[in-house]
Write a protein that binds this ligand. Structure first.
Ligand code: FMN
Length: 217
């Protein structure tokens, strides 16, 4: 979808998709989130695998306007590799280095439900500990939520807090998750980028144009 060119959509923002994937399914979902981010004018996106805890990962996260977290659901929660990344961010937490950045999340698992909500809820808490602002999915539930939905509906798994995807445990990542879940992930990436741009414009206007005066109630 193309947007009219304006001063606002020339504002540049950066989004990091920080994910782990053991077998490639969540990596596919991560690429779909990144495609959604890249569809927004002025948005730069970096895909980062958090299995590699390098200086360059922390630098990229430090300079991002928004971070989208992604993990497979393993044993009803985020993977231990993602949790190791979360724990390694304690130094950033101590300085509140990600405070006021936007955050969002996504997960893939084999079950239609599979306890994905627990993974996303852990990410919400993780972001809250860092003082980040959570961006939800903002899509109506699809598929069996209404009698006219189909398995190809956007948000077919009916999540609100983040993007959910399902991949049969015996299907390789080139065929799963299905298109409906990848389009849902793309929607989340686009939404995060649009809101990050809105926040950046607001911050720039507050920092630059509005005089600091006492505000009475
Ligand atoms: C150790 C382990 C635990 C898993 N636990 C769950 C689970 O709790 N719920 C579920 O639906 N699927 C579970 N699965 C299936 C994975 O979520 C599924 O295969 C997913 O696509 C893997 O994503 P990945 O390829 O990005 O690693 C588990 C898989 C593994 C290897």
């Amino acid at each position: 979808m193309s947007e009219p060119v304006s001063e606002h959509n020339r504002t540049s923002i950066s989004v990091v998709v920080a994910y782990h994937s053991g077998y490639g399914h969540t990596a596919r979902q991560a690429r779909a989130v990144a495609d959604g981010v890249a569809s927004v004018a002025g948005a730069r996106v970096e895909l980062r695998n958090v299995a590699e805890l390098t200086e360059s990962l922390w630098d990229a996260l430090d300079s991002a306007d928004a971070i989208v977290f992604g993990s497979p659901t393993y044993m009803g929660s985020q993977s231990s590799t993602f949790q190791a990344f979360a724990e390694a961010s304690a130094g950033v937490w101590a300085k509140q280095g990600w405070r006021d950045k936007l955050a969002a999340g996504f997960t893939t698992s084999a079950g239609a439900n599979g306890d994905k909500l627990h993974t996303l809820s852990s990410m919400v808490l993780f972001a809250a500990q860092h003082g980040m602002t959570w961006v939800n999915l903002d899509l109506a539930p699809g598929w069996i939520y209404t009698s006219t939905g189909t398995a190809d509906s956007l948000n077919r798994l009916g999540g609100f807090v983040g993007a959910m995807a399902q991949a049969p445990s015996d299907a390789p990542p080139d065929v799963a998750p299905p298109s409906a879940d990848l389009r849902t992930a793309e929607h989340l990436g686009r939404r995060v980028a649009l809101l990050a741009r809105q926040f950046a414009i607001g911050k720039r206007s507050i920092d630059g144009n509005i005089p600091a005066v006492a505000v009475s109630a």
